[in-house]
Design a protein around this ligand. Structure first.
Ligand code: TYC
Length: 102
């Protein structure tokens, strides 16, 4: 008989108890009134995008209706949505930002 390793192998067959946290897409919605340069500013300021990437995402949203800014755990996604919504309201733009479970 081997003197190494566990004697009760069933223990190793248990499913790991820790699940990966769900991730959430933060999505910008198009509208007819928010200035394009404000949307680019939002993407640079709150989502750490370069000017070029922010412009690409803004144009995608403008042309397709919506677009993903980033994917985050629940609390961070919620905070991004709140920050964008607050900045939009402060500047009196109707820009909408939502989160969707991935
Ligand atoms: N459609 C807007 C315009 O023509 C620009 C815009 C882009 C607005 C992306 C919102 O999420 C948005 N000024």
């Amino acid at each position: 008989m081997s003197t190494r390793g566990p004697r009760h192998s069933t223990v190793l067959e248990h499913k790991p108890e820790l699940k990966k946290p769900s991730m959430y897409k933060v999505v910008l919605l198009n509208d007819d009134y928010t200035p394009m340069d404000f949307v680019v500013y939002i993407l640079e300021e709150f989502f750490q995008k370069s000017r070029m990437e922010a412009t690409r995402i803004m144009l995608h949203v403008h042309q397709r209706g919506q677009g993903i800014c980033g994917v985050y755990p629940y609390d961070i996604a919620e905070s991004k949505v709140a920050q964008v919504t607050e900045a939009a309201r402060r500047n009196e733009h109707p820009l909408q930002c939502i989160m969707e479970k991935e």
